[in-house]
Design a binder for this molecule. Structure first.
Ligand SMILES: *Cc1c(COP(=O)(O)O)cnc(C)c1O
Length: 236
């Protein structure tokens, strides 16, 4: 087995163990292999090893890589901040899921270009539930501010061309899965509040957890974990 295949197998095992420990079905947690900065050959090797979901954070890097890998059955995820002016490129790239819709303005731009292309783009709403000032996302650290936030979500749900599937967050950098867990619990609570306010929308997806903290995220209900370094090694 290659190093990459062994690393992928180990992460799958840890995901399954964390899911079982939480009384969840391991099949309900999708591993998104974060391939940002990694060359197309490595992504191809990862696909050979059975990985099917890949996460990229820059559209200008992702598009040539998607073309170069060109394998059927792969799903590409946009996980990085999207500038509004890049909205047409991101829609044209046809990602399976955009995790990082972090403003109503961006959602409106994506909506416009997706609707013009006759597409419905699945998206997640990125929320800053840790309260770190440097982090992008809808401000959701303080539950006292959730009522107006949920009204913003309502405006987003009404947009044509984008379909909200759930929420995404990033825990503070450098925390382990134990310290990050309250942040993940808060995202889940916000999702539950969104579901109570807008019960007809889809809120099933929770994208949370990375190399250092994915087990805590699974314990709190993550359905998508975004893991880079533990699969591909440290980024250059
Ligand atoms: C880079 C990145 C990841 C993966 O981080 P690792 O620590 O390498 O697992 C996950 N999510 C986002 C949004 C990222 O930018």
């Amino acid at each position: 087995m290659t190093t990459l295949a062994a690393a992928a197998a180990e992460i799958r095992e840890r995901i399954a163990a964390a899911a079982r420990q939480a009384g969840r079905d391991p099949a309900d947690v999708t591993l998104v292999a974060v391939s940002k900065t990694q060359p197309a050959e490595l992504v191809r090797a990862a696909a050979e090893a059975g990985l099917a979901d890949f996460g990229e954070n820059r559209v200008e890097e992702a598009v040539p890589k998607m073309r170069a890998v060109a394998r059927a059955g792969l799903r590409w995820h946009m996980i990085g901040h999207v500038q509004s002016r890049k909205a047409p490129d991101v829609i044209a790239a046809d990602f399976s899921l955009i995790h990082s819709v972090d403003s109503l303005k961006l959602a409106e731009r994506l909506s416009r270009f997706a609707a013009a292309a006759g597409r419905t783009q699945p998206v997640l709403l990125e929320c800053n539930v840790s309260g770190e000032a440097a982090k992008s996302g809808f401000a959701g650290a303080d539950p006292a501010g959730w009522a107006p936030l949920l009204e913003t979500f309502g405006a987003l749900l009404a947009l044509p061309g984008v379909q909200v599937r759930g929420l995404m967050t990033m825990a503070p950098f450098g925390t382990d899965h134990v310290t990050a867990r309250p942040v993940f619990a808060r995202l889940r609570a916000l999702r539950d509040a969104a579901r109570a306010r807008w019960p007809r929308a889809e809120w099933g997806a929770l994208s949370m957890g990375m190399t250092d903290d994915f087990e805590g995220a699974i314990a709190e209900g993550a359905t998508l974990v975004r893991v880079g370094r533990a699969i591909f090694g440290e980024r250059g």
